[in-house]
Design a protein around this ligand. Structure first.
Ligand SMILES: [Zn+2]
Length: 496
């Protein structure tokens, strides 16, 4: 067993690694504002394991697989939170959730502090044209998430069935690309389709839906009233219903793949392929009973935080697959180094350039997880190949090397590792909260924004129930095994 000094050293080392990564740098500098372009594609709610290049046999993602084949694919990349707002805030600020403070819990929502500096601000200040095509209010001005973007393209929606779809999202991005002038650009494109409601276009429904749903475009899953009832614990879904929903989700993934492909084709058509770094990732995944529950925002298991991460930069990055565990906080420093833009000093992640070029310059560092919206406020910590998930009462420990699906809890078998990782995590979280912006205070939303978020099921938390009480960790917010039959109400398909 380690002595107190050893623990102190370990804690100190973890904090230093997290806060002051001292990352090796491999890139050469570019003249600011005239460097390569950056296209950051973020697909909402995209599980890594639905991509062929991550092992799926669905055949749903030929375009993303082709992108990966041309670039560098990270097999083990993690978002820092299982829902949109805190996850994107980490991507933008290179801070884990306790550092940037954006997020919320059970209906209370916190915006990104204005003092936090985003990667878009770094690019804007370096003279780049910056733009964001976004499809959810969590990425909008009310949450201070448009900091640094000179141009923001967002369409309000009356309900969650009518959020701008991937076709129109790609159209908006291509329109901006065609209209841009001489400056280099930093463009974020956010696709929302794999998020509820699951309602893929007919072509993908016919291919991926359960047999009884292939020609029934009225069967969609996750409309706002249904979602609100589920999130409040008023209805639960049979396992068979979740499976049918999952097949529709797969269709949404395939549809998004097609439209991301069309965006990449446009880049090619505009002769921008060789001068543009493309980064593709997701803010979080989606659970389909992997650990007994459904959807996202309620646990820190890998079906929610293991995300795809692909970088393509023709002529600069040779195709390769990287196995090291990395986090979203590493992306902003990586983009900055690759294209020669000065990163913000507060960025806490490590540039991945050493891994991208295979130089070996890489110092493994712990990955912090936080930010549940519906479940109890779990914290997670990935270190030395193990993952710790701590709830208010208990802890679970998984060996991600041998058990990436997190089916064997090792906490009782490895109490020393649990206590060591808990100490590392607590010290790092305290340091992040102290050093970061972390302004706490719920945001007052205008009525229209609140209504839109309610239509996605996000405002107004569920009542405390036996399922989400903190008696053990982690819990799930509902147990479909209780089998209260509830068929989704039929609705109309989205117009695509
Ligand atoms: Zn999301």
């Amino acid at each position: 067993m380690r002595g107190g000094l050893g623990i102190l050293i370990a804690v100190g080392l973890a904090v230093v690694l997290l806060l002051v990564p001292g990352c090796a740098r491999d890139g050469d500098g570019q003249k600011a504002g005239q460097g390569p372009n950056v296209l950051l594609i973020a697909v909402d709610t995209l599980r890594a394991d639905r991509l062929g290049c991550y092992g799926s046999d669905l055949g749903a993602t030929p375009r993303l697989d082709a992108l990966a084949a041309e670039g560098v694919r990270f097999e083990r990349a993690f978002s820092h939170a299982p829902w949109t707002l805190p996850s994107f805030a980490s991507l933008y600020t290179s801070q884990a959730p306790p550092g940037h403070g954006a997020g919320g819990w059970r209906g209370e929502l916190r915006q990104l502090p204005e003092a936090a500096r985003t990667v878009a601000e770094c690019f804007r200040d370096a003279g780049y044209a910056t733009a964001a095509v976004i499809n959810v209010d969590f990425l909008g001005t009310e949450f201070h998430m448009t900091q640094g973007f000179e141009h923001v393209d967002f369409e309000a929606y009356p309900n969650n069935l009518e959020v701008r779809n991937a076709t129109r999202t790609t159209d908006a991005a291509v329109k901006w690309l065609r209209a841009r002038r001489e400056r280099s650009f930093f463009l974020l494109v956010h696709y929302f389709d794999p998020h509820l409601v699951y309602s893929p276009p007919a072509k993908f429904r016919r291919r991926f839906a359960a047999p009884q749903d292939r020609n029934n475009t009225r069967w969609v899953f996750g409309k706002d009233a249904q979602l609100a009832a589920y999130r409040r614990g008023w209805v639960q879904f049979e396992a068979g219903t979740i499976r049918r929903a999952e097949m529709l989700y797969n269709g949404e993934v395939a549809y998004t793949d097609q439209e991301v492909g069309r965006l990449l084709d446009a880049l090619d058509d505009l002769n921008l392929k060789s001068s543009t770094l493309v980064v593709l990732t997701a803010d979080h995944g989606e659970e389909f009973l992997d650990h007994g529950s459904f959807e996202h925002g309620h646990t820190l298991y890998n079906e929610l935080v293991h995300v795809p991460l692909i970088l393509r930069y023709p002529g600069r990055l040779e195709p390769r697959v990287v196995g090291e565990m990395v986090g979203h906080v590493d992306i902003a420093p990586t983009i900055c180094e690759l294209v020669g833009v000065e990163p913000d000093p507060a960025f806490s992640g490590c540039s991945l350039v050493g891994l991208l070029v295979g130089s070996g310059k890489w110092e493994p560092h712990a990955i912090a997880l936080e930010g549940n919206f519906w479940g109890w406020p779990f914290r997670g910590w990935i270190e030395d190949g193990y993952k710790l998930i701590r709830g208010p009462v208990g802890a679970k420990l998984f060996d991600l090397g041998s058990d990436f699906g997190e089916t064997r809890d090792l906490a009782s078998a490895a109490p020393e590792r649990v206590s060591r990782m808990t100490a590392d995590m607590s010290a790092a979280f305290d340091a992040l909260a102290g050093a970061g912006h972390a302004a706490r205070g719920s945001v007052e939303l205008p009525d229209d924004v609140r209504r839109r978020l309610e239509s996605l099921g996000y405002v107004g938390g569920p009542p405390e129930t036996a399922d989400n009480a903190p008696t053990s960790a982690p819990t799930t917010r509902s147990q479909p095994a209780s089998q209260q039959a509830s068929q989704p109400a039929p609705g109309t398909d989205r117009d695509r």
